[in-house]
Design a protein around this ligand. Sequence first.
Ligand SMILES: [Zn+2]
Ligand SMILES: [Zn+2]
Length: 217
Amino acid sequence: MLPNVHAVRVIGAQAYLLVERDEITLVDAGHVGSGRMLRAYLTRIGRSVEHITRIVCTHGHPDHIGGVHEVAAWSGAEIYLHPADSERLRISFREVIANFSPGPIVALLTRAPAHAQPLEDGDELPVLGGLRVIHTPGHTPGSVCLYSPTHRFVLVGDMLQRVRGRVTLPNQFFSDDMTLARRSIARLAELDAETILFSHYPPYRADVRETLRALVS
Ligand SMILES: [Zn+2]
Ligand SMILES: [Zn+2]
């Protein structure tokens, strides 16, 4: 794969370790209990969980942030999540009853990370020569994608999926707003990327711009 970008199989998803000489950034952490798998992987590459300084959440679904609590407790890493998903995770039972749909129900059952730092559209994280945060609502209100202009990859979380190998729109059942999702994907289609990194599928390497334009046209 890409140098310094490690996809790690965790419970229910793939996490990414962005490995640099003196620090490691973790993107997503699988379901609760995934921490030991990340720890084992880091040992295999001669690093340790204490090297993780930052945990970036692509969104607030339990298969992405479940393992964040334990890894943050072990490493003391700072957690980053878009405020719209932090807000969503504070949903009350009453609000769920008023809007009985998968997004709110899942949020009610998911534990929010304590003290998450807000991520905003356009933020640039000091990772692998600069990692740009793109706010891409649609799957959840606070979904973000991470774009590396240097390495020309975009890490999309659940904003895109692959069905029989083809890149497709996010899962309709678990997504909040497909109109918004299409608009977000149209923004991704403007990036100069050659690799898409997913949370649940193998990477896609091709003409990303063409593929995404065709998807939302
Ligand atoms: Zn999701
Ligand atoms: Zn997911």
